[in-house]
Design a protein around this ligand. Sequence first.
Ligand SMILES: [Ca+2]
Ligand SMILES: [Ca+2]
Ligand SMILES: [Ca+2]
Length: 270
Amino acid sequence: MIGLLLMACTAPEPEVAVCDNPDDTRVGLMTTITVARFDGEIADGFDLDDKVGDSSNCGMGDWTSPEGVEGIDNAFARLMPALESTEAAALESILQEAINNGLVLLTYELSSYDDPVDDACVDVGIGAAEGIPVIGGDGAILSGQTYDRTDQESWVADADIVDGRVEANGFDLAIPIQILDADIVLDIAQGAIRIDLDEDGGAEGLVGGAVPIDVILNVLYEENVDDSVAEAVDSLLHLAADMDVDGDGECRDISLALEFDATSAFYFED
Ligand SMILES: [Ca+2]
Ligand SMILES: [Ca+2]
Ligand SMILES: [Ca+2]
């Protein structure tokens, strides 16, 4: 009898299958995207180079995040006060218009997803969708719409969800964006994302990485941006560039972080 009880107590627990449901996915469409700014020595973003301090990134100092994480690389934040004194101040409203018109549809996607709060096994994708979003009465993109998948996506495997938060890094993205009548490809190296999932199927979060300053300069000089503004932003960008993604010793990339709100979305089956 005692032996039987012992056996019952020591029988192996059934294995918790967290990774055996690869068909479950959760997609969020980024409905608002704004630049993460600084306040004093605090700015949100990611420690993209895994280094803290001035010597790590082309001589630019790092920020501390609002949650106390050191080594935050977000050099674009440093530019914002200067940009906001020029017509580049319209950047975010132009971006919002492009989002609502379906020209900039960025998604995150979780696969092997089976728990919105704690899931030890999810894969995380960042991608560009295609479609015409339907706008609700409040001016925001409606939730639950279905979009076409594009081949512009990058995945990081074996992330997890802890207390409703997903963090992943190592994305390599080339996102085609139509903005200011220009077709540009926004290359993002060392990409990172943080997603705080909500109960409605949406999220808020942060996406960041290093962008070549030449991409931004091309838009400035090829589109009808005022020459004096273009030249002012040009010199600002060269001063602020804090990353050397290709490792050639020249700092021609700039770190940035974008805050987003997302609503639930779906992709059409292929
Ligand atoms: Ca850093
Ligand atoms: Ca899972
Ligand atoms: Ca370089």
